[in-house]
Design a protein around this ligand. Structure first.
Ligand SMILES: NC(=O)C1=CN([C@@H]2O[C@H](COP(=O)(O)OP(=O)(O)OC[C@H]3O[C@@H](n4cnc5c(N)ncnc54)[C@H](OP(=O)(O)O)[C@@H]3O)[C@@H](O)[C@H]2O)C=CC1
Ligand SMILES: CC(=O)[C@](C)(O)C(=O)O
Ligand SMILES: [Mg+2]
Ligand SMILES: [Mg+2]
Length: 331
């Protein structure tokens, strides 16, 4: 039975009097640093001196320092840097400042689980992983709500690692929605699988395949965009609010029948078998190796495909149509 923690199970006092270094001010970093500050906690953002985000973090009212300076003054160090560079920055700018009893934490277990970072045994090591993109972590916190999260303890030197982790989860709003206790292995494997097979990889290919099918058949790209991309948010909102059943309650009987009849012809047994293979390649380290090697040669595949994807017709037609809907653009 998975243990779930809520606000009442977490006590911010475990972070009171501690300086928290949030390393990085990107998707998660900006969200977590601002929310921790709004929860009354003492935060310093760690960035590169020439970071374009340095001024932004200061303009947001946060103390900013270089990574080494932030780590030197902090008792809790949250590593919200890109996964692919955490190992290098850790060795050069974080590890030298890991005094006894400090907390080293993450929002994804990748670098600990795949051995890119091996901390000394005299610090606490844990993760608090929001199950949400950073910008929505912040939006939900600002609205007085929260996104669910995961908590895992890798090392508990002080005997207080989980208390501190839960306090941190409360500080960014996750204990409002529920924080599940897990392990670094489980968070890492499920997060990688979810983002590859469903949330990012699977959904993107499904949207493009639908769009391309309609456009190749001669339908207007605008119609294909609205049908296969724009309306998906509205459908997913219903699933988010009340599960597949709420979506199926709200759509027409025609759509619901088509859902049941055609869905399994799109996501077939072959698809499910491929998902099992994808999970295996995550579990056996194949993906992690490929990703780390890709970055050792300056990410040629990532950069080339990123450019090709940006040039897909769906991006062009979408940009034009969204100009007419200025309300869509949120922070
Ligand atoms: N994105 C998300 O929603 C989620 C992310 N995570 C995890 O959170 C962590 C952070 O990811 P994410 O927020 O997406 O990262 P981003 O890429 O959005 O931000 C990375 C930040 O790190 C800074 N940075 C990059 N290189 C260096 C460096 N060498 N020294 C110091 N700072 C540097 C960047 O600033 P600059 O380039 O200006 O220096 C930027 O502020 C990862 O472990 C990720 O897996 C977990 C859940 C969801
Ligand atoms: C937003 C999130 O949870 C992801 C997809 O796992 C990520 O950005 O790594
Ligand atoms: Mg995730
Ligand atoms: Mg992820």
């Amino acid at each position: 039975m998975v243990k779930v923690y809520y606000d009442a199970d977490a006590n911010l006092e475990f972070l009171k009097g501690k300086k928290i270094a949030v390393l990085g001010y990107g998707s998660q970093g900006h969200a977590q640093a601002q929310s921790l500050r709004d929860s009354g906690l003492d935060v310093v953002v760690g960035l590169r001196k020439d970071s374009a985000r340095w001024a932004k973090a200061e303009a947001d009212g946060l103390q900013v320092a270089t990574v080494p300076d932030a780590c030197a003054q902090a008792q809790v160090i949250q590593v919200l840097l890109p996964d692919e560079i955490q190992g290098r920055v850790y060795a050069e700018e974080i590890e030298p400042y890991l005094a006894e009893g400090k907390s080293l934490m993450f929002s994804h277990g990748f670098n600990i689980h795949f051995g890119q970072i091996v901390p000394p045994n005299y610090v606490d090591v844990f993760l608090v992983a929001p199950k949400s993109p950073g910008h929505l972590v912040r939006r939900m916190y600002a609205e007085g709500n929260g996104v669910p999260g995961l908590v895992a303890v890798h090392q508990d030197y002080t005997g207080k690692a989980k208390d501190i982790a839960l306090a941190y989860a409360k500080g960014i709003g996750c204990t409002k929605a529920g924080v599940f206790e897990t392990s670094f292995q489980e968070e890492t494997e499920t997060d990688l699988f979810g983002e590859q097979a469903v949330l990012c990889g699977g959904v993107s290919e499904l949207i493009k395949a639908g769009f391309d099918t309609l456009v190749e058949a001669g339908y207007a790209p605008e119609m294909a965009y609205f049908e296969c991309l724009h309306e998906l948010k509205l459908i997913v909102d219903l699933i988010y609010e009340g599960g597949l059943s709420r979506m199926r309650y709200s759509v027409s009987n025609t759509a619901e029948y088509g859902d049941y009849m055609i869905g399994p012809r799109i996501i077939t047994e072959e698809t499910r078998e491929e998902m099992r293979q994808v999970l295996l390649e995550i579990q056996d380290g194949t993906f992690a190796r490929n990703w780390m090697l890709e970055n050792q040669v300056k990410a040629p595949q990532l950069n080339a495909i990123r450019k090709m994807e940006a040039e897909h017709p769906i991006e062009e037609v979408g940009a034009e149509l969204r100009k007419m809907m200025p309300w869509l653009r949120k922070k």
